[in-house]
Write a protein that binds this ligand. Sequence first.
Ligand code: AHG
Ligand code: MN
Ligand code: MN
Length: 341
Amino acid sequence: MSGFQVTTLGQFIIERQSEIPGVKGEFSRLLRDIGIAAKIISREVNKAGLAEILGETGNENVQGEDVKKLDIIANTLMIDCLSKGGECCAVASEEDEHIIPITTPQAKDAKYVVMMDPLDGSSNIDVNVSIGTIFSIFERVTPLGSTPTEADFFQPGNKCLAAGYMIYGTSTMLVYTTGNGVNGFTLDPSIGEFCLSHPNIVTPKTGKIYSVNEGNKADFPAGLNTYIDWCQQIDKDTNRPYSSRYIGSMVADVHRNLLKGGIFIYPMTTKKPKGKLRLLYECNPMAFIIEQAGGRATNGYGKRILDLVPTELHERSPILMGSEEMVLQLEGMLERETQAQ
Ligand code: AHG
Ligand code: MN
Ligand code: MN
C-alpha cells in the first residue's frame, strides 16, 4: 500500500466532523483522545506476557467479578487520556461503582460523558485470546460547568453520539460509528497510526454463525433452545447446520459476526433473569454499531436495546444482535414460547 493512499483515524475524524449535527472540534478531539488511549492499551496488551501484568489483582469489582491487572490498567489509561484531553466531564466504567467526574481545569466546560468497558473478555487475557475495549459518548444533560450526575448517564442508547470498540486480535482494530455508518481502522504498528481498512461496514442480512454460551442451555428460555436445535438441523436449502462460534469476548464474537454475518446471543437465564451483559457499557454501544451496519439488536422481548432507559449504572439486559433475519427469527420463536405459556 502506498503511503499516500492511507487515511488515518485522525484525518478521518476531521473529514467527517461536519456529518454530525451540532458537534464541533471538541467532539473530534474527544474521539482523538480515545484513539490515543487505544494505542496505549494495545501496547500494554501486546506485551502483557512479558511485563508481569497478567493475572488477578486479588480484588472483585462492584459486580463480584474477579478483576485482572489489565482491567485496571486499561481503566486507568482511558480515564487518564480522557482527563488530559479536557473534552469529557465524567466517565462511567464497568470497573467503578460510581461515576468519575473529571476535575482537571481543562475539563471545566466539557460537554460530553463517556461510558466504557475498559477490557472486555477478561477471562481470555491470560490465555492470549482476543479481547477488547468498548466505549460510547453522550452529551451531558446537566448544565455545563456543574458537577456531572448519574442523570448524565441514564440516557437511552438512541441519544448516543458515538460508539466504538477496540479489538486486540491478530491485529488491533478500532471500529466506530457516529450515526453515519460504521468504519474500521487497523493499527499499523510501523507508523503507530490507525488506518482506514474497513470503510462503511455493512453486516450481511443473514449468516451461518450463532454465538451463545451453550453451557447454559439447561437455563435457557425454551424458545432459544428451539432456535439452537433448528440451527443444528441438516437442511441444504438453508445451509444448515450452522456453525457455533463462541470466544467469550463479546467484542471479538460480535466483530466476527459483523463481518461474516451471524447472531450473538446473551439471553436471560433462570439463574440470571436480566442476562449478564451491561446495558451502558456493553449492550448499548454494540447495539448502536450493529444497527448502523444494517443489523438488529433487541432484548428478545419486543424492545430495541437502544430504546431501553437505564435506571442504574451497572444494570444488565438480555441481548440478541447481529444479522437482521436471524435476530427476527429467534425473536419469533421466543414470542411463540411466551404466547404458549
Ligand atoms: P467482561 O470481561 O468485560 O466482564 O465481559 C465478559 C462478557 C463478554 O465479553 C462475554 O461475551 C461474556 O461475558 C461471557 O460470559 P459467559 O462466560 O457467561 O459466557
Ligand atoms: Mn465486557
Ligand atoms: Mn470488562
